[in-house]
Design a protein around this ligand. Sequence first.
Ligand SMILES: NC(=O)c1ccc[n+]([C@@H]2O[C@H](COP(=O)([O-])OP(=O)(O)OC[C@H]3O[C@@H](n4cnc5c(N)ncnc54)[C@H](OP(=O)(O)O)[C@@H]3O)[C@@H](O)[C@H]2O)c1
Length: 277
Amino acid sequence: MAGSDNVTKPLTILITGASAGIGRITCERLAKQKHRFVLAARSVDKLATLESQLRSMGCECLSVPTDVSDPSAIERLVKAAVERFGRIDVLVNNAGIECFSSFDELPVDQILQTIETNLTGAILLTRFVVPVMRKQGFGRIINISSIAGKHGPAYGAVYGATKAGLIAFTQALRGELKPAGILATVICPGFATRGGIYDEIVKATGKRTPKILGGTSAETVAAAIEKAIQTAPPEMILNFPAMRPVFLFRDFFPRLGEKLILATTLKFLKRAATHGK
Ligand SMILES: NC(=O)c1ccc[n+]([C@@H]2O[C@H](COP(=O)([O-])OP(=O)(O)OC[C@H]3O[C@@H](n4cnc5c(N)ncnc54)[C@H](OP(=O)(O)O)[C@@H]3O)[C@@H](O)[C@H]2O)c1
């Protein structure tokens, strides 16, 4: 593990959005290594259920009901984690909400809630956690972005903006914090099946993304988070077929690349945005 001289096992892992989807599946996977967990999300009951499940797997666990869009709740979360375990080795900024809609029909409060949950919450939580990691001389920060952060999706302008923000945020942290033994990774999943937001969209619309666009699964994201803890790469794009060549093509040929991306996504995204209206 790079920069791991000061690390003790088991790791203390603070994860937001632990109550459902990718967050919950990640905890279940990492629990096999008997780590310690600080679980954050708003749903008290779901957190309690996960906590007892992880305890039954032999893990120490603390759940802290937290709304990451509330800065004082974030500060309390970090205090509670340090009081209980004395350190935070891994921070996974996973909590997120989507808001697919025509941009000019989005209510202002929904725009603000999305930014505060997906971006400001992650930035502030990291702000409170980094001093703890600095003292330890070790830390891993894993930000869950999306391929929507690599190319802003039509009808997902605000969601895409928050996810692009997380990518730049991670790059900046890497440049700054490496000498302190703290490494950040951003993970950009495609549409993920078997648990999470995408499944909800499919349930609501009855339609899947076009086959050519492919996707990933919640388990694959969980496996990538585990790998990021060990090897701390700068950026992981999770999709099959691979998306990096598509983004490279788009960077070289912006107009053609944009056409290609819209041809494969626009219909699905418009349907997701207009469903129920
Ligand atoms: N699933 C996909 O296809 C996909 C693809 C790319 C990226 N992602 C990203 O992966 C992450 C996890 O998504 P998911 O698919 O697992 O979604 P999900 O099943 O809807 O779970 C979202 C989690 O975030 C928590 N959350 C939402 N608002 C919160 C708030 N204000 N404060 C604290 N926690 C909050 C939810 O818990 P509570 O409701 O209990 O608070 C829940 O645990 C998100 O950042 C998402 O953007 C997902």
